[in-house]
Design a protein around this ligand. Structure first.
Ligand code: SF4
Ligand code: SF4
Length: 124
């Protein structure tokens, strides 16, 4: 059976409250749900260099076309985890894509709090 995909920055449904910041609890759910982990063009050389690879090798080994064929995504493992997830750690944490950095504070989707353990902290 097809597993549910929980949104991406390209979709609507963003519901942001500037007075609340959600602090990630490293539950890794967002690294495990099916769907694209979008790579922006400028992120590719940075991640390749971080891994000590040339761009073409990185693209060949770790990426695929996005579902909409409009750019690249990181590959997933057979169990749908992101290829860069290593236990509870991200192998490219220091240079991870904006899609990863931005969730859930810069983008999210209806119902996201049911699938993310981030804790709200009042700011401002
Ligand atoms: S789902 Fe939420 S709490 Fe879990 S790793 Fe992702 S952002 Fe952090
Ligand atoms: S790149 Fe890192 S933070 Fe982003 S989905 Fe993959 S493992 Fe998670």
């Amino acid at each position: 059976m097809e597993r549910e995909t929980f949104g991406s920055p390209g979709l609507g449904g963003v519901d942001l409250d500037p007075t609340v910041r959600y602090v990630c609890q490293r539950c890794t759910a967002c690294c495990k749900w099916p769907g694209d982990v979008r790579l922006e063009e400028e992120e590719i050389p940075v991640i390749a260099a971080f891994l000590g690879m040339d761009e073409m090798s990185f693209i060949g080994q770790y990426t695929r076309l996005r579902t909409n064929r409009n750019g690249l995504s990181l590959l997933e493992k057979d169990n749908h985890e992101c290829i860069m997830l290593d236990g509870i750690d991200c192998r490219i944490h220091e240079v991870k894509p904006e899609q990863c950095r931005g969730f859930p504070n810069k983008w999210n989707f209806p119902g996201w709090r049911q699938v993310c353990e981030a804790v709200p902290v009042k700011v401002g």
